[in-house]
Design a protein around this ligand. Sequence first.
Ligand code: 5GP
Ligand code: MN
Length: 336
Amino acid sequence: MTAAVTLPEDRWAAAVALIDAAPDATLVCHVAPDGDALGSMLGLARVLRARGLDITCTWGDERWAVPSSYTWLPDIDTVVPPSRVRAAPSLLVVLDTASRDRLGVLGPLADAAGSLVVIDHHAHNSGLDGVQLIDPAAAATAVVVEELVRRLVPAIDADTATLLYVGLVTDTGSFQHSVTTPAVHAVAGRLLAAGARPDAVAQQLWGSRPFGFAQVLGAALSRLSLEPAAVGGRGLVWTWTTTDDLAAAGLTLDEIEPVIEAVRATREADVAAVFKQDADGTFRVSTRSRGGTDVGAVCAGLGGGGHRLAAGYTSYDDAETTARKLLAALETAPQL
Ligand code: 5GP
Ligand code: MN
């Protein structure tokens, strides 16, 4: 069975040595954190705290807030805004963050820290030194964390298992993506054995949404466009949401993340895109491919990044211009 994470053994040892030498550590995930970013960070934090380190968890959003969809996570009350972090931590652990700009306002921490460990599964991780626990073939950052944690403690508790399971189940699309290998299910099995409850996690992640979500989804679907000739004839389906939609429904941006799920299955389009207007007027663009197009490369070309079949970027244009530029970029997208 291919391992869930493949890294040389001395790399793990180097990370463990840095952890053992540090009295304190700051754990940072990417801006606008998702389930894998938060679950990996908070899961590792529990283990490091148990080993006696003084731990701070944060991320570098300018308008910082705990995403409302994740307020139920164990230990979420321990996270602090970026203004409250130690200026020079003994150890900085960066999780699920493909590039330095995804550290947001916390970019300078990477230079100020005594030592650095980078834990990730993005293919194009770059711009940060330190011990690199990066496996682009890993299904989630949580899988890399689980492998590290097995080298730190003999067993994990139910809350740690739940946090890592959240990362695993979100980044594998509930074990539906092609990254779902036998080894991934073995990791899930260990997390369930340690006390993660898949029914409870699924209920929180997908079985509980505010009424306003259905209203914003309705607004998004009312603007849906299908361009069958786009992407070299493979097709694009796209729509957008506005800050007015959010205000009318009383929602925050993170709560409408699942809008893309409602459109990505469209058979006539290989690529789906949703542009979500943020409070500063920019659009957070989410893209997905049904398997034929490397949207990660396209989004990287537009200033963002991600994975081959799920990626994103920020657009500083209006919705129409955003669509025009995305259509142009998709014409030369790498075919899979
Ligand atoms: P989502 O559409 O769920 O926001 O993002 C899908 C994936 O694309 C994420 O898992 C993340 O890896 C990546 N991603 C989204 N936005 C950005 C961005 O602005 N920059 C980079 N580097 N990656 C992004
Ligand atoms: Mn991830």
